[in-house]
Design a protein around this ligand. Structure first.
Ligand SMILES: Cc1cc2nc3c(=O)[nH]c(=O)nc-3n(C[C@H](O)[C@H](O)[C@H](O)COP(=O)(O)OP(=O)(O)OC[C@H]3O[C@@H](n4cnc5c(N)ncnc54)[C@H](O)[C@@H]3O)c2cc1C
Length: 436
């Protein structure tokens, strides 16, 4: 049994969200304990990659960790319009965390938080090493959850990689590169792009098939003339009206200018939609929105397109009909959207469908215990936790959530430019509520 600790704020999750909350609290003189269970403290899922090929998908000028100092990261990187390696951004974040720790207002513990129970003056947080933390406030910053296991792949052996961000995925990339075996990537979004870059960097000579229902892949960043819009000029409360507006403006100014003009208003636009409209957006508009809004660096797009042009990467619109283990690989029936079906053999298949979509199915022990104990609840769409406009978990006293966990309320809250604002606002809210 580890010794118990007593802290003003316990932050669960040491990625960008948790790190920046600790930094924002320290600025306000509030001490916190950052609890990170994945060995990625100060980095999180996105910035713990060691691969130089994995670059940011936001230009350096948009990646400052501090909302009140927007050029802070660009200044360190040296090229505001450039796309830094994600590991470079990770070092930047670690430096921020090191400063918090050096100030005496932050401490880090390498454990997984497994449960939290309300106490007389806040919360008891239970760690997997048996330690207990008494905290006046708890912040859930558990971030992107590993992807949902694919039903069709249940029962498959080690050739099907469910988590594209763990060591098994890295080993599979190395092995496929050595053997020259073909690889199936299930999903065609940003996670697929990362996997292609990893295979390229490992000099994989086999073929890659990337498969999703629509076969749409992220678009590239390119220069455009910005055309800001007033919030009052954008239709609210109706996805179809917003869609028509976006199409018309895209025709007039280009889609990049049209989409990016919505950025300052996106959270308000999302909140103007009722549950039914939000569901409609997720069902019909999201695939288009994701590939246009979350763009990739031009040099990354070039690598992907080069591989497509060379015939070693095929992007397929369709679905998996069946998949089974065979000697030394997988046999997969691919049903193309336009009707034809074929059976192909792959050395590996990697689940690139992106972070878990339904919070109820989380495997995170902390979230699981809070949900099962009805101390927190899913948001009405079931994509994150239900939080109020100040990111406080509904139904729980002195518990906040940050980052991707709050996308039901804010939608655009998965990238640095949005999370940094939220971290500052939550730190301010904690200072107010704890009267520190
Ligand atoms: C591969 C990838 C690339 C991305 N690239 C960009 C980019 O270029 N630009 C951009 O703006 N955004 C990018 N993003 C978006 C990204 O979501 C945010 O930038 C940000 O990193 C989210 O940070 P987070 O701390 O909320 O989540 P995460 O990075 O997921 O961190 C959460 C942390 O919590 C820990 N944890 C979870 N549960 C527990 C528990 N019970 N106990 C203890 N610890 C726990 C995990 O180990 C993890 O380290 C990317 C996302 C991914 C997945």
């Amino acid at each position: 049994m580890k010794s118990d600790r007593r802290v003003p704020v316990a932050i669960i999750g040491g990625g960008f969200s948790g790190t920046m909350l600790a930094a924002q609290l320290a600025r306000r003189g509030i001490a916190s304990l950052l609890i990170e269970g994945g060995g990625r403290v100060g980095l999180g899922t996105a910035y713990s990659t060691a691969e130089p090929a994995h670059v940011l998908n936001v230009r350096a000028e948009g990646m400052s960790a501090w909302p009140d100092d927007p050029s802070n990261f660009a200044h360190k990187f040296g090229d505001p319009r450039g796309f830094a390696e994600r590991r470079f951004f990770g070092r930047y974040l670690r430096e921020i965390l090191d400063n918090v720790v050096a100030s005496g207002l932050g401490e880090v513990v390498s454990s997984t938080a497994v449960a939290a129970t309300p106490g007389a003056d806040g919360w008891w947080v239970e760690l997997d090493d048996g330690g207990m933390v008494a905290a006046q406030a708890v912040v859930l910053a558990t971030g992107n959850q590993s992807p949902e296991p694919l039903g069709i792949a249940s029962g498959l052996g080690a050739r099907f990689i469910n988590n594209p961000w763990n060591d098994e995925a890295k080993a599979a990339v190395r092995d496929a590169a050595t053997s020259g075996g073909d690889v199936l990537l299930v999903g065609t979004g940003l996670t697929m792009i990362d996997a292609v870059l990893s295979l390229n960097a490992a000099e994989h000579q086999g073929r890659i098939v990337a498969l999703s229902r629509r076969g749409q892949i992220p678009k590239a960043h390119a220069d455009f003339v910005a055309s800001p819009v007033e919030e009052s000029d954008v239709p609210k409360g109706d996805v179809l009206a917003l869609w028509r507006w976006l199409r018309r403006r895209s025709g007039e100014l280009g889609w990049r200018a049209a989409i990016d003009s919505l950025r300052p208003h996106s959270q308000k636009l999302w909140q103007s939609l009722d549950d039914r409209q939000q569901r409609r957006f997720l069902r019909h508009a999201r695939p288009w929105w994701d590939v246009h809004r979350h763009r990739i660096a031009p040099e990354v797009a070039r690598q992907v397109h080069d591989r497509v042009a060379a015939g070693s990467l095929e992007i397929v619109a369709g679905r998996i009909g069946a998949i089974r283990d065979v000697d030394g690989g997988l046999e997969v029936e691919i049903r193309r959207r336009r009707g034809s079906a074929e059976t192909r053999r792959f050395a590996y298949a990697i689940n690139c469908t992106g972070p878990l979509g339904a919070i109820e199915r989380t495997c995170d022990p902390m979230l699981r215990s809070l949900l099962d104990g009805q101390l927190v609840r899913p948001d009405p769409l079931g994509i994150g936790l239900d939080v109020d406009q100040r990111s406080r978990a509904i139904g729980a006293e002195r518990m906040w959530a940050l980052g991707p966990l709050t996308k039901g309320r804010y939608w655009e809250i998965v990238a640095v430019p949005d999370i940094r604002e939220q971290a500052a606002a939550v730190a301010e809210g904690i200072a107010r509520e704890l009267e520190i």
